[in-house]
Design a protein around this ligand. Structure first.
Ligand SMILES: [Zn+2]
Length: 118
């Protein structure tokens, strides 16, 4: 399992084919479109119905971590810890980072729980 390949949107089996059709993790274009199977090694990206339901928990973890980093940056910048401006900044970051969290959480879930056999 390689962290670099997760961020490069690569297949967990061969590390060559792409999981999402749009390779830019931050783009809103074709957000939910994934390859059914790896174009290179035919690895199944949908092992069972509802497989990616659990990726929601990974997404929650990512969003929480990002929110804490933004709060930390706001406090470093000079805002009070419980300032309403921090809330607006976090909401803006959550909207901007939504495609990144969506794609990354699914890829992480696939790397953890995807079939180890083809
Ligand atoms: Zn592959």
């Amino acid at each position: 399992m390689s962290l670099v390949n997760i961020f490069k949107n690569r297949c967990p089996n061969c590390k060559k084919g792409y999981v999402f059709i749009n390779n830019n993790l931050f783009s809103f274009m074709r957000l939910t479109e994934m390859n059914q199977k790896c174009p290179n090694c035919n690895y199944n990206f949908f092992p069972e119905n509802g497989f990616y339901w659990g990726a929601m928990f990974v997404s929650y973890g990512l969003a929480s971590l990002e929110g804490m980093l933004v709060i930390f940056a706001c406090v470093l910048y000079g805002n009070e810890l419980f300032d309403y401006a921090n809330l607006l900044i976090i909401i803006a970051f959550m909207i901007i980072l939504f495609p990144f969290n969506f794609r990354l959480s699914r890829i992480i879930w696939l790397y953890i729980f995807g079939n180890k056999t083809k």
